[in-house]
Ligand binder design. Structure first.
Ligand SMILES: Nc1nc2c(ncn2[C@@H]2O[C@H](COP(=O)(O)OP(=O)(O)OP(=O)(O)O)[C@@H](O)[C@H]2O)c(=O)[nH]1
Ligand SMILES: [Mg+2]
Length: 312
């Protein structure tokens, strides 16, 4: 049985191998994804982001277990931030994996950023598709909201949840601009700490200012993920958002725009690689750079020439 047949026939080993192939850009990755694609589009994708250490992994665990109780199979794609922010994240993920691994209905996969964030959103998107084709019903993508690429990853989800915690000082301001706007729902985790009401008010005020969508008002839930408190309400809110998306037909818009974003990124990536290999890295171009340095030619003419030659 080859890898594709394996994935489609619910072999965990095949799924694992397929994700590894994608992650490491093995030669067979493109062929795997091409054959897998027609079998995707059935999973519901939940994106979870928030500041480092907010409890995203702990919460993801608990959400996964709650979905299992509700009879759903669950996949987790955790983007391991190898950034200086990460702290003990990787160890945490390992421990979690051991805890969840006994359940055949859960598939957990960590993906390391290894500094190459550019390709990461495509790789995590492919991992999601592989889990989807394998037959997993609910897929949670967890990533720390520290950079644009990480934010882009969760933005492609059907439902995006932003996890915040009280006590970060000037709470809302401390959370990276850009991640608050993408929340379909908010979870105040570590609600066992002080400052929960204040943070709740701040989020509400921000939502007031941001009132473009009157149809869906993002709910704000409170959890103590480490004690499994409030998790049922979060899953209920996610399910409500899902119903809203399907009833209004917005799910089709979201998924169409996801496809557009993905394909744009893939085209850009392919073009960038081509331009780098065939033009920028050539000896000929080194001469062009010298001419540019000597002001013998101008950058606009160079760009015109390069683009013309690529398009010909
Ligand atoms: N007091 C308290 N601690 C919590 C809660 N939820 C998680 N923690 C703890 O917070 C720490 C960080 O939790 P993680 O789940 O690893 O947080 P994360 O957001 O995934 O962290 P990164 O992936 O590194 O950004 C751990 O020590 C958890 O046990 C909570 O509700 N209350
Ligand atoms: Mg984490």
């Amino acid at each position: 049985m080859n890898i594709v047949e394996g994935v489609l026939n619910h072999s965990r080993l095949a799924l694992s191998k397929a994700i590894t192939a994608v992650e490491n850009e093995y030669d067979e990755a493109v062929s795997i994804m091409t054959q897998i694609y027609p079998h995707t589009g059935n999973a519901y994708v939940i994106g979870i982001t928030g500041p480092p250490g907010a409890g995203k992994s702990t919460l993801t665990d608990k959400l996964a277990k709650e979905y299992r109780k509700r009879g759903k199979t669950v996949g987790i794609v955790a983007i391991d931030p190898t950034s200086p922010y990460s702290g003990g994240a990787i160890l945490g993920d390992r421990i979690r994996m051991m805890d969840l691994i006994a359940d055949e209905g859960i598939f957990v996969r960590s993906m390391a950023t290894r500094g190459s964030l550019g390709g990461l959103s495509q790789k995590s998107g492919d991992a999601v598709k592989l889990m989807d084709a394998y037959g997993i019903e609910v897929i949670i993508v967890e990533t720390v909201g520290v950079g644009q690429s990480e934010v882009d990853i969760v933005k492609t989800a059907d439902t995006t949840m932003v996890v915040v915690v009280p006590g970060l000082g000037d709470d809302i301001q401390a959370i990276k601009a850009g991640i608050l706007e993408i929340g379909d729902l908010f979870t105040i985790n570590k609600a066992d700490r002080e400052g929960v009401d204040k943070l709740n008010i701040e989020i509400e005020m921000m939502l007031e200012l941001n009132q473009e969508s009157v149809e869906w008002r993002p709910p704000i839930n409170r959890t103590v993920a480490s004690k499994d408190e409030g998790v049922i309400d979060v899953v209920d809110s996610i399910e409500e958002h899902r119903k809203f998306l399907f009833q209004t037909g917005k799910i089709e818009q979201i998924r169409a725009s996801r496809i557009k974003t993905e394909i744009t990124a893939m085209i850009n990536d392919r073009l960038a690689r081509y331009v780098d290999k065939e033009i920028i890295s050539t000896d000929d171009f080194a001469n062009t750079v010298i001419k540019l340095q000597n002001r013998e030619i101008d950058p606009y003419s160079v760009v015109d020439n390069v683009v013309d030659s690529v398009l010909k």
